[in-house]
Design a protein around this ligand. Structure first.
Ligand code: SF4
Length: 229
């Protein structure tokens, strides 16, 4: 079988990608951000807290945290020890508390007390990497982006939306293979699919609306010369 361009080796052709996206939309019509937030500041803090922690747990602690520290200015005046009691159930609470306070101090001193709307400035904040920046850009500011977490990485490489060894390459391939106006919602579809259907250990292929298209499920059919996961 002739290989496609490097960035799409082992991935589905565009017409099947379109059908996969339709199937994911049908299976997860309720796909949306699961972190509770009302503004970019709250989303940024919630996303920092969500590392190695469930969204559900983060949503339990943020109401009290945001009530005590409603904006970057109030958070910037706190010491990390002040906020540790609010977030201790989220794991890695000492480093998260430090990052949150440091990030807010930078937001106050360098960005006019507003969460910056561009990637470079976001990624310069403590505790903010590319994935967190993508979540904030996409969900708080409406900037098309695909945040690749463990679900997005696993599911997209199983389906054949990507064929990559790491999250950076997966993000690049997803951006190449998915229309830009669907980047943000596709991110949510893939997360919901990974949580509800395509789990790491036991994917429920019998309940999956895209099982006919998925390369992982059809690995014996010879649709591809290189299966990723
Ligand atoms: S067919 Fe199976 S492996 Fe493929 S996306 Fe669906 S649940 Fe995951």
């Amino acid at each position: 079988m002739k290989k496609k361009a490097d960035n799409t080796i082992g991935t589905l052709p565009p017409e099947k990608t379109e059908k996969v996206l339709e199937g994911l939309a049908k299976q997860h019509p309720d796909a949306r951000p699961e972190l509770d937030f009302t503004n970019p500041y709250e989303l940024l803090i919630a996303t920092i807290l969500s590392a190695q922690c469930t969204d559900k747990q983060v949503n339990k602690v943020t109401p009290a945290l945001f009530s005590a520290y409603p904006d970057p200015a109030s958070m910037a005046k706190a010491e990390p020890e002040d906020i540790e009691p609010y977030i201790h159930s989220c794991g890695f609470f000492r480093s998260k508390a430090k990052n949150i306070v440091m990030a807010c101090r930078d937001i106050v001193s360098q960005h006019g007390e507003q969460v910056p709307e561009n990637r470079e400035a976001l990624e310069s904040l403590a505790g903010v990497g590319r994935k967190t920046a993508n979540v904030v850009l996409s969900n708080a500011f409406g900037v098309p982006a695909i945040a690749v977490d463990t679900h997005v990485f696993r599911v997209s490489n199983r389906i054949g939306l990507a064929c990559a060894k790491n999250v950076e390459e997966t993000e690049r391939q997803l951006m190449a293979n998915i229309p830009e106006d669907k980047w943000s919602i596709a991110h949510h579809w893939l997360i919901f699919h990974g949580r509800r259907v395509c789990s790491a250990q036991r994917p429920k292929c019998g309940e999956c609306m895209i099982s006919e298209l998925c390369l992982f499920n059809n690995k014996d059919r010879g649709d591809t010369d290189e299966l990723c996961r």
